[in-house]
Design a protein around this ligand. Structure first.
Ligand code: ATP
Ligand code: MG
Length: 436
């Protein structure tokens, strides 16, 4: 993308309405603009970040066998009346009436809709288990939308739903999702701690919140440093063997972790002092096992092996995809701006042409730009060098390739790594090879 031709409206001033770093930086780096309270337009660079996160989420879902699909944002109230949630959901639900007077709603979540779709097509125990997910916009009329995309009213969520024959099967689906979550967050460069969460009237301990550590998080957290040492992508267990997977999680997640609401001083005292970590965190995911809460009232049944009928056990698994953009920035920024992890950066590199109009600079900058096949950002604006450097740091591109008149004559660029600040003078080929 050529910056001179792009809608990436960076701001020098700090917007007054933004209270936390990620909100300020998302506005200043030109990633989003608010269009109504808690509703945001994703401008080109922000949309790229959102797509990069979605792709990683989707790949890790596929890796555990979940199937991607797409359900609509607008739903009929009928299904919600069947589950009993239409009234219970309250004012957070945006209710819409169409021209025929039919009650519709903008989906805050999709348990009812998917239970209905599965009930139409699944007849036998042989059709289970199934796990399906989509990445779709949700609407919740939050009382207090705040912190930019962290608590919006319209937001992007990955929501997966599992259908199993019995409790034991549902636990396997649940563990697979936990694994997918830990791998996803690791690929996003984040430390996420799974914490046992309230399951409400259903009981049991099968609900976890995934909390990313960041000083501005909404919840206080206490956890055992043992979590930080686990490599979830390379861990030594067989993800396809339910017993092995369960055993791994029992060992890995048996250690202490709690938000301040559930903190237990007595249990905390048993964690060796050197391993105790305290901080603040942002909830980026939440998973539940809820048995037959929806399948039962909505009449989802399958024929069992012995001729009887079985009511499938379900679970649902949410990731706040748009909230993750804010959470990643909270975890990775400095005074100058965002520091994108390579895996989610909108552009792998920015090519800064210090002297547009100079034939040698233009030729070299264009050569570098062509090497990225349109995926990099070319700062070809007629601006002061200082302004270009400041914007590059603000936008947080992992690499900066600086083309100036002196180097352009000898084939040399300055290559800067945003995360370390390290700068080297190398040939353009070397710079491209390092970026990979
Ligand atoms: P919270 O306690 O933050 O309101 P929740 O328990 O209502 O979250 P879920 O229904 O479990 O959230 O949704 C799954 C994920 O979607 C959450 O973990 C969070 O990351 C994200 N999410 C929920 N509400 C919002 C929102 N208003 N804006 C952005 N992301 C959200
Ligand atoms: Mg909520």
């Amino acid at each position: 993308m050529r910056l001179s031709r792009s809608l990436i409206p960076t701001l020098k001033e700090t917007p007054a309405e933004a209270q936390i770093a990620s909100h300020r930086l998302m506005l200043r780096a030109g990633l989003v603009r608010q269009t109504s309270s808690g509703i945001y337009a994703w401008l080109p660079a922000g949309w790229k970040v959102l797509q990069n996160i979605s792709r990683i989420v989707s790949e890790e879902q596929a890796n555990i066998g979940a199937q991607e699909m797409l359900m609509p944002t607008v739903q009929s109230s009928e299904l919600w009346k069947q589950s009993g949630r239409y009234d219970a959901y309250g004012p957070e639900m945006l209710r819409i009436t169409d021209r025929h007077g039919r009650e519709l709603l903008y989906g805050p979540t999709n348990e009812e809709m998917l239970t209905d779709l599965v009930r139409q097509s699944i007849k036998s125990y042989r059709d289970l288990p199934q796990c399906l997910f989509h990445i779709q916009w949700k609407f919740r009329d939050e009382v207090r939308p705040r912190f930019g995309v962290m608590r919006g009213r319209e937001f992007l969520m990955k929501d997966a739903y599992s259908f199993d024959l019995d409790y034991e099967g549902a636990v396997v689906s649940y563990r697979k999702q936990m694994l997918a979550y830990m791998r996803t967050f690791q690929r996003l460069g984040l430390k996420a701690i799974p914490m046992v969460a309230d399951t409400g009237p259903i009981g049991g301990n099968l609900s976890h919140e995934f909390i990313v550590l960041a000083p501005t998080g909404e919840s206080g957290v206490f956890y055992d440093a043992a979590f930080e040492d686990i490599d979830w992508e390379k861990s030594n267990f067989n993800a396809h063997d339910p017993a092995d997977l369960e055993n791994f999680f029992q060992t890995a997640t048996g250690s202490y972790a709690a938000t301040d609401e559930k903190h237990d001083e007595a249990a905390w005292a048993e964690v060796p002092e050197a391993r105790r970590r305290e901080g603040r965190g942002i909830e980026v995911g939440h998973i539940f096992y809820f048995g037959t809460k929806y399948s039962e009232p909505m009449g989802l049944k399958v024929a069992g092996q012995d001729g009887g009928q079985l009511v499938p056990h379900m679970g649902s698994y949410g990731v706040g995809v748009s909230r993750l953009v804010g959470a990643i920035i909270e975890a990775f920024h400095d005074d100058a701006g965002i520091i994108w992890p390579d895996s989610v950066a909108p552009f792998p590199a920015v090519i800064i042409n210090l002297k547009p109009g100079d034939a040698a600079c233009d030729a070299m900058a264009e050569q570098a730009y062509a090497a990225f096949k349109g995926q990099a950002l070319l700062d070809d604006r007629d601006e002061r060098a200082g302004a270009k450097f400041a914007d590059a740091d603000l936008m947080g591109h992992p690499w900066q390739i600086v083309v100036g008149p002196r180097g352009a004559k000898t084939g040399v660029v300055e290559l800067k790594r945003r995360s370390t600040g390290e700068k080297v003078e190398v040939s353009l080929e070397d710079a491209l090879a390092r970026i990979g």
